[in-house]
Design a protein around this ligand. Structure first.
Ligand SMILES: [Zn+2]
Length: 334
């Protein structure tokens, strides 16, 4: 089914699998005299094949309706595998020229670099896996887990981009000038694409209608995320947000404000819980328990990223400090 989410903008949604492990992901096709594709989705052979098929159907529909269909470029939002893994296939099968920033390319220039970019610092690793046994087990599992994810996402690493773009710049799309905005926070290399004439923002993972954005070390940064959200909220004429996951956001200013409020409230909540513990502080696991009382391991695993990113923010802003007692790590207010 061809899904034209806005006149002249088509969405192709690639199927996910296994719930949160592999979420469905959106790719946007903007045909025209000099059109563009935003993001490349998964890289599995089936995913690429289905994309090419739908791309062909859109082309066919445009031809039938006498609309131009000249699309020769694909722009990457950020170097996460559900966005870049399809690049190699799109280039090979459709001849799309790849466009990305230097920072994005540096993170995916090789498998080694990519894997290294996921290493969190030792402290965060120890907090997530407090016992030595757990840590040894996770160390053993690290390689197979990496390989499993790379297989699941069809991760393949793109060749050097055909077009390197600046993080804040304008690019021509169908004879108009669209804006590329650097919007770090979820990922440090994240960019968004803005069509100022129609007020349409391709926001990647930063803004979603029904979910909050995943945050976690080592690449997320809460202060940067809030700044980016404000920058996007304040775009003149913002009218519609098209996200990498989920349906379009038709009340973008309200939704972005809501996301800012959620992050502020969560930060306050974490700070209050730490303050309540006084001088002895609170350990990471106990903090997760207080935030999600009675929740199981999976819920905790899913939440620990944002909690760690929030703690990093509170430490950076000198509201909280990390204290080590032997192997134990706790947090207390300064
Ligand atoms: Zn992402």
């Amino acid at each position: 089914m061809i899904n034209e989410v806005y006149p002249g903008i088509f969405r192709i949604t690639e199927k996910g699998a296994l719930g949160l492990l592999k979420p469905p992901v959106n790719i946007y096709v903007v045909p025209g005299t000099d059109g563009i594709v935003f993001d490349a989705g998964y890289g599995n052979r089936n995913a690429v094949r289905k994309f090419c098929k739908e791309f062909g159907s859109i082309k066919e529909q445009c031809r039938r309706e006498g609309r131009s269909f000249s699309v020769s470029r694909v722009l990457l939002s950020h170097a996460h595998p559900d966005h870049f893994a399809g690049l190699r296939g799109f280039r090979g099968s459709l001849g799309l020229r790849t466009m990305m920033t230097k920072r994005s390319f540096e993170m995916i220039a090789s498998k080694e670099r990519y894997r290294a970019s996921y290493h969190t610092g030792d402290d965060w690793w120890e907090m997530a896996y407090p016992s030595v046994m757990q840590r040894n087990m996770m160390n053993l599992l690290r390689q197979p887990i990496n390989r499993y994810y790379e297989h699941l996402y069809g991760t393949s690493f793109p060749a050097a981009p055909d077009i390197v773009i600046e993080e804040n710049c304008s690019i021509p799309v169908n004879g108009e000038s669209w804006q590329v905005l650097h919007v770090p926070g979820h990922a440090e290399d994240h960019i968004a694409l803005y069509d100022p004439l129609r007020g349409i923002l391709f926001a990647g993972d930063n803004i979603m209608r029904a979910m909050t954005t995943w945050l976690g070390p080592p690449k997320s940064d809460l202060a940067a995320y809030i700044t980016s959200l404000k920058r996007m909220r304040d775009l003149p004429g913002l009218n519609l947000v098209l996200s990498a996951h989920g349906s379009p956001v038709t009340d973008p200013v309200e939704r972005i404000q809501e996301l800012i409020d959620i992050r502020m409230k969560r930060t306050e909540q974490v700070l209050e819980m730490i303050t309540a513990k006084g001088g002895e502080g609170i350990m990471f696991r106990d903090l997760l328990d207080s935030l999600y009382p009675g929740a199981g391991w999976i819920k905790h695993r899913a939440a620990e990223g944002w909690v760690q990113t929030t703690l990093q923010f509170l430490m950076k802003t000198e509201q909280v400090e990390l204290v080590k007692y032997g192997r134990m790590i706790s947090f207390r207010t300064r």
